[in-house]
Write a protein that binds this ligand. Structure first.
Ligand SMILES: CC(C)(COP(=O)(O)OP(=O)(O)OC[C@H]1O[C@@H](n2cnc3c(N)ncnc32)[C@H](O)[C@@H]1OP(=O)(O)O)[C@@H](O)C(=O)NCCC(=O)NCCS
Length: 152
């Protein structure tokens, strides 16, 4: 039985379910802080970004970039204190529902997360040079073991 104090009869969501919405200019600082904390550097303004909110606080984001008619995740980041609660999964599912199959380059340590979502490995040839070159220029390349993947 759901805890009635946490359950919303209207939406079927509970108090821990993230609310996902398009990012606005008011979210820029939170997005930049989370990206920096995850060693993602400075993100460009390109693409479409959605944020996940819990209790009114932005706790994660996903940025999607379109190239040649396909959508790429670049990147998905959850606030470190909020990881392991299904927020990354919720953002990936939300993006998949709106944009169709999602391709991306997974950092090696994050591959098990993507595999839990049903993502599979694809050849590097399915990743545009503009995204693959981020890896080539990355200080962590030797220890990261990046893998190109897809959420079909
Ligand atoms: C990777 C990341 C986005 C995952 O988000 P999250 O909200 O913590 O993930 P979820 O809670 O939705 O996890 C979904 C499932 O994956 C599992 N999982 C998550 N991260 C995992 C990891 N590193 N290794 C193994 N399993 C993992 C969870 O246990 C959960 O499993 P379950 O279905 O059995 O419950 C988050 O850890 C993050 O922001 N990391 C730093 C930035 C980053 O590396 N982004 C990805 C770049 S490729």
């Amino acid at each position: 039985m759901e805890n009635p104090a946490l359950f919303c009869a209207h939406t079927g969501a509970n108090a821990n379910t993230p609310q996902i919405r398009p990012a606005g200019s008011q979210d820029s600082e939170a997005i930049a802080r989370m990206a920096h904390a995850a060693d993602m550097g400075e993100l460009s303004e390109a693409g479409v970004t959605y944020v996940a909110e819990v209790d009114g606080a932005v706790v994660g984001f996903i940025r999607l970039v379109e190239e040649d008619g396909s959508w790429f995740v670049n990147p998905v980041v959850i606030e470190s204190a909020r990881r392991g609660r299904g927020i990354g999964r919720a953002l990936m599912r939300f993006a998949r529902q709106r944009k169709g199959p999602l391709r991306f380059v997974a950092r090696g340590y994050a591959v098990p997360f993507y595999q839990k979502l049903g993502c599979t490995t694809i050849p590097w040839s399915e990743i545009p040079a503009s995204l693959a070159s981020d890896c080539d220029a990355c200080d962590m390349l030797a220890t990261c073991f990046p893998q190109p993947m897809i959420l079909k």
